[in-house]
Design a protein around this ligand. Structure first.
Ligand SMILES: [Cu+2]
Length: 185
């Protein structure tokens, strides 16, 4: 009996942890938002499964960089003349509230051309939610989805992002589980 309940608590916890809570992604992971080190932001973005409600953090030295949200055309040509929005704090937090592409680059002359640009694409159908065991992913993938090679990754776990909220949640769950156990035994 006790064992069964303990098992139940464990499974409840595991299920709760799998629920997709809004993730926090730091652009470029530990490298941040920079022109140094030839960070491939396209590659970085391709390994992520961005969802509505996720938060994107641009961390950089405000002395040397900035963040501009731009249109696709401006993104392609690195045209910084009329950005949709400009962020300059050095620790810019942007919450993703719609599907589709979100184009960003650094507006400092030459930086976009040097590769300091990123396309945050929020897919309508999440890769994680699609039936993973299916052996024919090509049938499901639209051209936009095809650019995400990590379609086999089961869960959107930001590698280096600091999901403090998530840790807090885990601690809360652990605490609740302990309470549950204490009450029941
Ligand atoms: Cu820059």
């Amino acid at each position: 009996m006790a064992l069964v309940e303990r098992g139940m608590v464990l499974s409840i916890m595991m299920v709760a942890m799998q629920i997709s809570y809004a993730a926090v992604y730091k652009v470029g992971d530990s490298a941040g938002w920079t022109t140094l080190g030839n960070i491939d932001y396209k590659k970085w973005a391709a390994t992520k499964n961005f969802q509505l409600g996720d938060t994107i953090i641009f961390e950089y030295s405000a002395k040397f960089h900035n963040v501009m949200r731009v249109t696709h055309a401006m993104y392609k040509s690195c045209n910084a003349s009329s950005p949709i929005a400009t962020f300059t704090t050095g620790n810019d937090t942007i919450k993703i509230t719609n599907h589709g592409h979100h184009f960003f680059f650094c507006g400092v002359p030459g930086h976009c051309q040097a590769g300091q640009k990123v396309d945050i694409n929020v897919l309508k159908v999440s890769v994680a939610a699609s039936p993973a065991p299916s052996s024919s992913p090509s049938a499901l993938a639209s051209p936009a989805e095809a650019t995400v090679p990590a379609s086999n990754v089961p869960a959107p776990s930001p590698s280096n992002a600091a999901p403090q909220k998530f840790i807090a949640l885990k601690m809360m769950l652990a605490f609740l589980a302990m309470q549950f156990l204490a009450v029941n035994f």
